[in-house]
Design a protein around this ligand. Structure first.
Ligand code: HMG
Ligand code: MG
Length: 308
């Protein structure tokens, strides 16, 4: 594959939605995404259900999806991830053989406090415990950097701080750092500038882009990061998404739109766009608003000669 899309619709996508999809619907969503060719799927988050009620079903979703994989009803090479903020979350997450724990650190103290109720340093103390547990259990760690391009409370973020947080996540043993535009503040110029700084100290293979679409820039930002050598992008079916602690933040770059863009560029994603569009059509009536994805609504163009 030339590019890997990490599907975050079941976590980032649903965490901010009013509609509470039942466990079996979430499981079917995972199966449909797997059948559409997604190979890295984030299934949920082991966070406090009072803080993020949408993620309370994560243990059941994980259990059912992993059972389907064991029974070979979904491809065995699928790789599932969950968000783990601390030891309590890790203890729960370790009850199932998930392939990856994702840590999420913030670039600003205000966002860290709002999102995970602790300072940045305290969060790294917690992450160290998770990293130790992950190492003991041979579970790879992914590190998210939140508010890398702007904070809802503090505004512009220093690029040096982004590099510092990335380095701290790498020091914990993260195999990949997903650089998050949590509030969709970046435009391609910002993406170039931040990734240029990051690429001076971190190889492109260890970096991923996580772009929210609040200001309509997520596709342009994805393309800009691709041009800089980034090959992993977090996307969400239908463009669902947002963070409950980032007021006004819109959804992630939509999986359908990003897959369509790369297909048009001849960049292989391994994704069957038609099945993705089918998944969008199945999901849309179950939500309380139209999905944001553009390609998801209309699909791809008929090939030349298909209509007489
Ligand atoms: P806390 O209240 O500071 O935790 O929450 P605590 O250690 O002080 O414990 C207080 C109580 O919470 C205790 O229960 C703990 O057992 C319980 P009590 O004794 O009072 O009954 N507790 C937990 N329960 C379930 N799961 C846990 C857990 N930990 C403690 N893991 C915590 C700290 C992190 C849990 C809380 O602040 C929280 O759940 N925050 C939600 C964070 C979140 O999910 N945010 C959205 C995802 S991040 C995101 O969207 C950004 C991203 O997409 C990238 C981007 O776009 O930038 C990743
Ligand atoms: Mg996000």
């Amino acid at each position: 594959m030339n590019v890997t899309l990490v599907e975050v619709g079941l976590r980032d996508g649903l965490q901010n939605e009013k509609t509470m999809l039942p466990v079996d619907t979430r499981v079917e969503m995972a199966v449909r995404l797997a059948n559409a060719g997604l190979r890295r799927i984030e299934l949920g988050a082991y966070v406090h259900p009072k803080w993020v009620p949408q993620m309370a079903q994560t243990p059941e979703v994980v259990e059912k999806v992993l059972k389907l994989r064991r029974e070979r009803k979904i491809p065995k090479e699928l790789w599932f991830s969950v968000l783990v903020p601390n030891e309590t979350g890790m203890t729960e997450a370790l009850k199932q053989p998930v392939e990856e724990f994702a840590l999420f650190a913030s670039c600003t103290e205000s966002f860290s406090k709002k999102n995970i109720n602790c300072t940045i340093d305290e969060s790294f103390n917690r992450f160290q415990v998770v990293a130790n547990g992950a190492a003991k259990n041979n579970i790879p760690l992914r590190g998210y950097i939140s508010v890398a391009f702007g904070c809802p409370f503090e505004g512009k973020v220093s690029e040096d701080q982004v590099v510092k947080i990335a380095q701290r996540l790498l020091d914990l043993g993260s195999f990949e750092i997903s650089v998050g535009d949590t509030i969709g503040a970046a435009s391609p110029g910002d993406v170039r500038s931040v990734f240029e700084k990051l690429l001076k100290v971190i190889p492109a293979e260890k970096l991923a882009g996580h772009f929210h679409d609040t200001r309509g820039q997520s596709l342009a930002n994805t393309l800009e990061a691709y041009k800089m050598g980034i090959r992993v992008f977090d996307t969400s079916i239908g463009g669902l998404g947002g963070c409950p602690y980032a007021p006004g933040a819109a959804g992630n770059a939509s999986t359908e739109d990003v897959a369509y863009m790369f297909e048009g560029m001849g960049v292989k994603t391994g994704i069957d766009l038609d099945q993705l569009v089918e998944t969008n059509k199945w999901l849309a009536p179950q939500m309380d608003h139209p999905l944001y994805s553009k390609v998801g609504k209309v699909g791809r163009l008929k090939p030349l000669g298909a209509v007489n």
